[in-house]
Write a protein that binds this ligand. Structure first.
Ligand code: GDP
Length: 467
């Protein structure tokens, strides 16, 4: 009898366990992307810290109420874990510094314990929703264009773009010394791949973002492998099978198949909600060409989320799709809040422009100006007889406090988006160039996450409706 009772008890318990089993809890997969240094690492770290301590998240859903947020083992065993503890240590330590940015894809699971409020409060007990955050370099998204491009087409386009740029000189020199029709030899292949990588690196520093292949910039464990040892070349008349050109064509095809397709199938295809972080201020400061390039990159990135545009991608996604995308201009704490509406308007205009260019329909999109981690406080100073809105923070190089004014943003976004119409005006040309603030030293009260600007609004748009 006792053993039957034991068995019964166990099966009832099993049923109860099953009802609570983790696989039955809803999961929201949130993708976080953006080009290098856009602010992905800081965004995820501050978002998680603020979800665990929610005093600074008033705009995030009040119903259901979040009772607790806690970390759990992530579902994908083979994917690197986002180094939350390491990054928190850097940002919240006694001598705070910026953590190292994203160099590969990683993941973190944060589980939220929720309690419905109001009429449902008495009927429904607490339940759990998992937020799986997937961090990946935006450079990898730009490889989307490669899925449907042959090596010959990609080469022609990449060479054309590099042609007009001073940064392309190194590669032009290397290419002049190479013979695409000659028999493939590895040293020549490596020299070209190195020169192309140098071009991509310097072009990125100059503010360009249409840089492919994306893994050349962030190679990870594939560094030095043949799949990353090729470069664009004009097609010779009749390349033989053993020519350098054919070998590069073969490696390019392998890159598309084994690197690009693999990424879209394994990571991208499983995302529900997406935030794309954009360093709008950095591009505006760098000047009209960088803004123009950012516009193209945003359209290309948005194109990656357009269902049905790309046959290869549609096959990889197997009908899944992302239904909300947030474009967030980061580092708004470089500006006094009196300039935030202008940054917001510019970001909205950039998004509208990207939607038009990518002929985008489908997911709900929104633009926002945010700072994931506020490194400054606001102030007003008298300067040269005028009163100036400034931000004050600790400079990373010297450790000294400084009150700086980035320069003006136009209230009319078209002045930035169509520089041709307004002449070669410069924006953010005052102190922006020296605004390298370190994270502020923080003394957080219990329950209080790190300071931010509109991170709670971003969270509400991204997953508040799914709680
Ligand atoms: P990732 O390459 O996209 O992961 O970019 P990171 O998150 O590493 O951010 C790159 C750099 O941007 C950081 O090292 C900071 O200097 C700066 N940054 C990022 N977020 C913020 C922010 O909210 N405020 C300020 N002032 N700087 C930020």
């Amino acid at each position: 009898f006792s053993s039957i009772a034991g068995g019964l008890w166990r099966s009832t318990q099993d049923a109860a366990d099953l009802a609570l089993a983790p696989f039955s809890d809803p999961v929201i997969r949130l993708g976080v992307t953006g080009l290098s240094r856009a602010g992905k690492t800081v965004f995820i770290t501050s978002l998680v810290a603020n979800l665990m301590d929610r005093a600074r998240m008033p705009q995030l859903a009040a119903n259901p109420r979040i009772l607790a947020a806690y970390l759990q083992p992530q579902p994908d065993d083979t994917m690197p874990r986002f180094d939350l503890e390491g990054h928190l240590g850097a940002l919240l330590g006694p001598e705070p510094y910026w953590p190292e940015g994203t160099r590969r894809a990683s993941q973190l699971r944060l589980s939220l314990r929720l309690q419905p409020e109001g009429m449902l409060a008495g009927v429904q007990g607490p339940r759990t929703v998992h937020l799986d955050i997937v961090d990946y370099p935006g450079e990898w998204l730009l490889d989307l264009g490669l899925l449907e491009k042959s090596y010959a087409d990609w080469s022609a386009q990449a060479l054309r773009r590099a042609e007009g740029r001073a940064e392309g000189a190194v590669y032009r020199e290397a290419l002049a010394k190479a013979d695409p029709a000659a028999e493939h030899e590895e040293p020549a292949a490596q020299a070209l791949a190195r020169a192309w990588t140098t071009y991509l690196d310097t072009a990125r520093e100059a503010g360009y973002s249409d840089l492919t292949p994306g893994r050349f910039l962030l190679p990870g464990e594939m560094e030095g492998s043949p799949v990353l040892t090729f470069a664009p070349m004009p097609k010779p008349d009749d390349p033989t099978r053993r020519s350098l050109w054919r070998e590069f064509e073969r490696r390019y095809d392998s890159y598309v198949r084994n690197v690009v397709q693999k990424f879209f199938r394994e990571h991208f295809a499983r995302i529900d909600r997406q935030v794309v972080l954009v360093d709008v201020l950095g591009a505006i400061h760098a000047g009209p060409r960088a803004v123009e390039d950012l516009r193209e990159a945003m359209a290309d990135i948005l194109g990656a989320f357009r269902p049905g545009r790309n046959a290869v991608l549609s096959r990889l996604l197997r009908g899944r799709r992302i239904d909300r995308i947030l474009f967030a201009a980061t580092k708004a704490d470089h500006l006094h809040h009196s300039q935030h509406p202008a940054l917001q308007a510019i970001t909205e205009a950039l998004l509208r422009d990207a939607r038009d260019r990518a002929d985008f329909a489908g997911a709900t999109t929104q633009a926002m100006a945010i700072a994931a981690l506020r490194a400054t406080v606001e102030d007003r100073v008298e300067h040269g007889g005028r009163s100036l809105d400034v931000v004050r923070g600790r400079l990373a190089e010297t450790g000294r406090m400084a009150a700086l004014h980035a320069g003006e943003l136009p209230s009319d976004p078209s002045k930035i988006l169509s520089p041709a119409r307004s002449g070669a005006e410069r924006w953010l040309d005052e102190d922006y160039g020296i605004m390298n603030f370190a994270p502020a030293r923080l003394e957080l009260a219990p329950g209080e996450g790190p300071p931010h600007i509109r991170l709670d609004r971003a969270a509400q748009f991204l997953f508040g409706d799914r709680l």
